[in-house]
Design a protein around this ligand. Structure first.
Ligand SMILES: [Zn+2]
Length: 168
């Protein structure tokens, strides 16, 4: 695999991962604010309670496809959702591009960013919400640990011993 192909594949993965984390952040923030369980079987519209189809939940894209409204009841979807997802997409891809050779550093920066973002913006009012926040942080940690491990394996497979010399 050429250096460029590898770069493009990882850039796409980083972009998808970033927007997914952004979308997940929105879920955590909403469910804690609305006093709802963090892990449920599916997403529903907060206005009409209709279960959302998978294609209604694609980060950034779905907002524009649905013209910013619920497909069923036409209740407006807050613009900060696609905005937050776009902010995560930008941060994750930029960090990746700038620190492409140093996966451990850019993955740590991703993790640090989302942790600070959550702790700064999500406020818990009771112990049940505090537990939800902890659960959310644990899930985010697990996602980053899995993607981190995957990236390290890929870097080792492609760059081998050369990559080991680049580790911080
Ligand atoms: Zn609705």
């Amino acid at each position: 695999m050429s250096d460029f192909t590898f770069f493009v594949i990882l850039l796409s993965t980083s972009a998808i991962f970033g927007t997914t984390i952004g979308a997940y952040y929105c879920t955590i923030e909403y469910r804690i604010r609305a006093n709802l369980p963090l892990v449920t079987s599916g997403c529903i519209c907060p206005s009409c309670g209709h279960r959302l189809a998978l294609y209604h939940q694609i980060p950034i894209l779905s907002f524009f496809l649905l013209k910013g409204k619920c497909h069923y009841c036409h209740a407006p979807i807050p613009f900060r959702y696609p905005l937050t997802e776009a902010a995560f997409l930008t941060y994750y891809t930029l960090t990746f591009c700038m620190l492409y050779r140093f996966p451990l550093i850019f993955i740590s920066l991703w993790y640090l960013f989302v942790m600070i973002w959550i702790l700064k913006n999500v406020h818990t009012k009771n112990s049940r919400n505090y537990n939800r926040l902890l659960k959310g942080l644990l899930i985010i940690t697990a996602y980053h640990a899995v993607i981190g491990l995957l990236y390290i394996i890929l870097y080792l497979a492609v760059y081998g011993s050369f990559f080991l010399n680049c580790l911080p």
